[in-house]
Write a protein that binds this ligand. Structure first.
Ligand code: SAH
Length: 285
């Protein structure tokens, strides 16, 4: 059942079927099962036992390809409650937040669990805070479908703005509308040098977050966005695709400073400039 397993496709495994026009479908294999599309019916028994990368004929004679799905393919096809992060951002988040094996990461909100999967696959131990019980359940199910039950993953149904119980966290990754409301708790929960990463769709939210980071015990703040443009490559037509996902969100990172000697952890730290009190920007949503 594990991806990366070089053996034949097995009953119970989730596979990616690709039709003759390149359309992709995520299918769980069952003995005697059948997958219906307008390009024909594919019998699961024709897939079970075959290697990845095999071509199989549907009832119409048209050929389908079968693979074990990548993490990005699962994210784009899995059931979702909340909007998921796009694979281009998931990849960038892992490096920007420097997530690696054995690190303890707090994630809020958890949504459909796409980011949870990427963090877990990078070897982190993940604690998730999610206010909506239905989303928390969806995330747990999505993670179990990809990685099984035996993973270092716990989702709590709670509001991160109201407090964080964990201490000594290596990383905190936030995908929610008002991340600045979590900063006071993060100063207690993150370890010095730990990294905060926040994903935000609107630049007015970023401005508000950056202003709060400057007022608090954070430094090295940086904001970036990623544009990914695919290309059409066919015979003499080699050019960018006409359509692209032009905007998803901004990634902001910052690092927690050590408390100053003789100070009890609260108060302004190494923030430069912009630190005077002033009216806050109103949240975008
Ligand atoms: N990154 C997720 C998607 C998150 S969508 C993924 O890749 O699948 C944002 C989530 O934040 C929603 O599920 C919402 O319910 C949750 N949320 C919003 N405010 C929150 C808060 N204060 N504490 C915890 N979760 C919150």
């Amino acid at each position: 059942m594990t991806a990366g397993d070089g053996g034949g496709l097995a009953t119970g495994e989730r596979v990616l079927l690709v039709d003759p026009r390149g359309r992709r479908y995520l299918v769980r294999l069952t003995s005697g099962g059948a997958f219906h599309t307008h390009a024909g019916i594919v019998a699961h028994d024709d897939l079970i036992g075959r290697p990845e990368g095999a071509a199989v004929a549907a009832s119409t004679g048209r050929r389908f390809l079968v693979f074990r799905p990548t993490l990005a393919e699962v994210v784009l096809k899995m059931p979702r409650g909340a909007q998921v992060l796009y694979p281009k951002d998931l990849g960038a988040i892992l490096l920007a937040a420097d997530v690696g094996p054995g690190m303890v990461v707090l994630e809020a909100g958890v949504g459909s669990g796409a980011l949870s999967m990427a963090l877990l696959r990078a070897g982190a131990e993940v604690v998730g805070y999610e206010v909506r019980p239905d989303f928390a359940a969806q995330a747990r199910a999505n993670v179990a479908a990809l990685l099984g039950e035996d993973v270092a993953y716990r989702v709590e149904e709670r509001d991160v703005y109201e407090g964080i119980d964990e201490r000594g966290l290596d990383r905190v990754v936030l995908d929610l509308p008002e991340p600045w409301r979590a900063l006071p708790h993060l100063e207690e929960a993150l370890r010095p040098g730990g990294i905060l990463l926040s994903y935000l769709p609107s630049i007015t939210q970023v401005a508000e977050l950056r202003r709060e980071l400057d007022r608090r015990r954070f430094a090295m703040a940086e904001t970036a966005e990623l544009l990914r443009r695919t290309w059409h490559v066919e015979a003499r037509s080699v050019r960018p695709d006409h359509r692209m996902v032009a905007h998803t969100g901004f990634l902001t990172t910052a690092r927690l400073l050590a408390p100053e000697e003789g100070q009890a952890g609260e108060g302004p730290g190494g923030g430069a400039g912009l630190s005077g009190p002033g009216p806050g920007l109103s949240p975008a949503r």
